[in-house]
Design a protein around this ligand. Structure first.
Ligand code: SF4
Ligand code: SF4
Length: 91
């Protein structure tokens, strides 16, 4: 699973979606609990990117500290599975 899907809003704001990377633009975003945060104009109050399919390269290439362990573990698991399939190993 992509760790971004379950990432807390506070982490998103601090780490990756506090501003739009291409321009540095940010807006006042009112969350559902009525808290105000400063965020990228494309972040919605539930923490989803409104332009996810066409988000800029700076967003696509952003890997934060919490993303790396999950990403590396998932990649190693997939590579090991791939080798097992190639060698014809059984579970
Ligand atoms: S890149 Fe990191 S901080 Fe940003 S949403 Fe994904 S897990 Fe959260
Ligand atoms: S464009 Fe989307 S992914 Fe990029 S900073 Fe804004 S909300 Fe986050």
């Amino acid at each position: 699973m992509n760790p971004c899907e379950s990432c807390a809003m506070a982490d998103k704001i601090c780490e990756c979606c506090g501003r739009y990377p291409d321009t540095g633009a940010s807006v006042d975003l009112v969350l559902e609990n009525h808290y105000h945060v400063t965020a990228c104009p494309y972040l919605d109050p539930e923490g989803r990117c409104r332009i996810y399919d066409r988000r800029p390269l700076g967003c696509r290439n952003h890997f934060c500290g919490s993303f790396h362990p999950h990403f590396i573990a998932a990649t190693v698991y997939e590579v090991l599975n791939m080798f097992q399939e190639i060698r014809g190993d059984e579970d």
